[in-house]
Design a protein around this ligand. Structure first.
Ligand code: KIV
Length: 264
């Protein structure tokens, strides 16, 4: 299994790190077969699997449940699990208890938390206690009720300076990797140039050390238009709908089950 030292080596060797989200045995198994480097059980679980409008409502228990299934399929792949809204914001102690539960109960290898400079104390507490942490800055979906909508971050100098400062603080606090979401690529590059841990981008351009996409976005299974930064690498939804239409037609016209599907 690749670990923290391998991700740092990949950064130094300029080998891009490929991360994808997974939520269940099937998406985890497919991700493994495709050879991705690291899998994230994202709280996008809420907006994909659960069909919710945002990530606020997903619970710690639900994250642990899905992370356990994903890790079950990925014993030899590093699995990180998102800490859901309000499972870590109250205090570093609350975060430690809940991150500990995620690792113990699901078998995940690390956690990801959203938050700028203020998350530093929390990351320090987790890192000091043997819990690998991915920091997440830029667009932070758990702040949707403050933001109003999912907007690109780092458009003005004061915001850019804050992002760079956040990244530097979170690295110092002990994050082993940092996820940069929805920002101009020059901003991601400026952050990148000020820290030494690997950066993973989503909507952050070409210069990060790696990329992450939501599984269902990448394989084209969702029924809504994805954001600009997503590339649909396949149109799986159409493929599957057509397969089910064929199934329906064959049941209706009596050609399924055929001879080869019948016990004699
Ligand atoms: O929950 C999620 O899927 C994320 C993305 C940014 C990858 O955090």
């Amino acid at each position: 299994m690749k670990g923290i030292a391998d991700f740092i080596k990949m950064k130094l060797d300029k080998e891009k790190i490929v991360m994808v989200t997974a939520y269940d045995y099937i998406s985890a198994g497919i991700s493994k077969e495709a050879g991705v480097d690291i899998v994230l059980v994202g709280d996008s679980l809420a907006t994909t699997v659960q069909g919710k409008d945002n990530t606020i409502g997903v619970t710690l228990e639900e994250m642990i449940y899905h992370a356990k299934i994903v890790k079950g399929a990925l014993t030899d792949v590093f699995v990180a699990c998102d800490m859901p809204f309000m499972s870590y914001q109250v205090s570093p102690e609350q975060a430690l208890i809940n991150a500990g539960r995620i690792l113990k109960e699901s078998g995940a290898n690390g956690v990801k938390i959203e938050g700028g400079e203020t998350a530093g104390m929390t990351i320090k507490k987790l890192a000091e206690n043997g819990i690998p942490v991915i920091a997440h800055i830029g667009l932070m979906p758990q702040f949707i009720n403050v933001l109003g909508s999912y907007k690109v971050q780092g458009r003005i100098e004061s915001q850019i300076e804050r992002l760079v400062n956040d990244a530097v603080t979170l690295e110092k606090a002990g994050a082993f990797m940092i996820l940069l979401e929805a920002m101009p690529e020059e901003v991601a590059l400026r952050i990148q140039n000020n820290i030494s841990i690997p950066t993973i981008g989503i909507g952050a351009g070409r210069f990060t050390d790696g990329q992450v996409l939501v599984f269902y976005d990448a394989v084209g299974m969702l029924d809504k238009k994805p954001p600009k930064f997503v590339k649909k690498f396949a149109d799986s939804r159409t493929l599957i709908v057509n397969a089910l239409k064929s199934y329906k037609e064959e049941v209706k016209n009596g050609s399924f089950p055929a001879e080869e599907n019948i016990y004699k």
